[in-house]
Write a protein that binds this ligand. Structure first.
Ligand SMILES: [Zn+2]
Length: 372
């Protein structure tokens, strides 16, 4: 399912909004138009009140976008590509092609976003003070501008502080890991940073449950998001360290059995028993060209009684390719982004093997065990 839509491109990076963001576009203006201190509840005209609140919402997310562009700009300086920036309900995500392993690079990329927020916050606050000197609150347009400046300054300072919480997936977590990684092996640095992040998340959840008269649902939600993020980061670091230096070439199966697209499921099953492979590239019965891939998972949904009638071409999936000299980690990334279990390995235009998710997970287990 497509959950994000692209709204434009900045510095060559596709900017997307996630469907959860639509909730923000409704929820935030409601909050801002009903809050006197932190919004426009005192504005008499309902339509103006709502327009101001919506403008403020859009400005806030422009600031979030600028924060992500800050990260992206520095990452690109280090030669790391940015696939996209997505605005979601809790902020923005810049999808980097890889997590930088060099602590200095990670430190600079991670701190760039909060620095953008801090700069916007300080500049808006100074402008707000500047407007205040003229004391022309009577002119409503100026008073609105000054209120916008104050709110934008306030929110950017919150963004700055919040992002520096030393917990994954916040920027502060990455800064912390980079700091440790300059002093110890990468995986140990990650584990230290992850544990501190988890402790923060637990403390936040407890605080959210008991420290307020009403349970603070936002704090609990963010705590949950941090806890999950920290665990994911640990897993990612483990896998990428384990697979370091391992290529697709080391893991792939060279012997491939092809199956024609006009074969029945019964025939395919017989082939599977005989060859003991899990994935089979499907070739067109006339041209011999590869048209798809079929695995045991694809035929599981076919009822036994239909095995003689359903053809391979009815259940096969689209095939994805990977060059033979690619890293194992790249294979894993392609598998997860394209949601496939097998990749055909290619070299100089011809198919040289097949690599499966099982090949990868098995080697992660074996290598991970060896390293302990
Ligand atoms: Zn950030």
């Amino acid at each position: 399912m497509k959950t994000s839509i692209q709204i434009g491109k900045v510095m060559g990076i596709p900017i997307k909004i996630h469907i959860s963001f639509l909730l923000v576009l409704v929820l935030f203006p409601i909050v801002f138009s009903n809050d006197a201190e932190f919004g426009f509840a005192d504005v008499a005209s309902a339509s103006l009140r709502y327009a101001l609140a919506l403008t403020l919402t859009i400005l806030i997310f422009t600031c979030v976008l600028l924060h992500e562009l800050g990260h992206s700009w520095v990452a690109m300086k280090y030669g790391i590509g940015i696939r996209s920036i997505t605005l979601i309900i809790l902020g923005g995500i810049a999808a980097m092609e890889e997590v930088p392993r060099d602590p200095r690079a990670e430190m600079r990329i991670s701190i760039a976003g909060p620095l953008v927020s801090l700069t916007i916050g300080v500049l808006c606050y100074l402008a707000y003070l500047g407007l205040g000197i003229y004391d022309i609150v009577q002119i409503s347009t100026i008073s609105y501008i000054s209120r916008f400046l104050w709110l934008i300054a306030y929110i950017n300072i919150i963004l700055f502080v919040f992002n520096l919480i030393p917990a994954f997936p916040m920027d502060g977590g990455r800064v912390l890991r980079a700091w440790y990684a300059g002093r110890m092996p990468y995986l140990r640095a990650t584990k230290k940073a992850v544990n501190i992040g988890k402790m923060f998340a637990i403390a936040m959840a407890i605080f959210g449950l008991f420290a307020f008269e009403i349970v603070n649902i936002w704090l609990i939600l963010i705590a949950f998001f941090i806890y999950i993020g920290a665990s994911e980061e640990e897993k990612y670091a483990e896998v990428s360290v384990t697979l370091e230096g391992i290529g697709v070439r080391d893991l792939m199966t060279r012997e491939i059995a092809y199956v024609q697209d006009n074969r029945t499921i019964s025939e395919l099953l017989r082939l599977m028993f005989e060859k003991k492979h899990l994935g089979y590239p499907v070739v067109d019965q006339f041209t011999g060209k590869i048209v798809g891939i079929v695995t045991f998972t694809d035929i599981r949904s076919v009822p036994m009684s239909e095995h003689g009638n359903v053809l391979v071409r009815d259940v096969m999936k689209n095939v994805s390719f990977i060059p033979e000299d690619a890293d194992a980690m790249d294979a894993l990334k392609i598998m997860s982004t394209e949601n496939v279990g097998q990749l055909l390995v290619q070299e100089m235009g011809s198919i040289t093997g097949i690599v499966s998710r099982t090949d990868l997970t098995r080697s992660i287990e074996v290598l991970g065990y060896r390293e302990r």
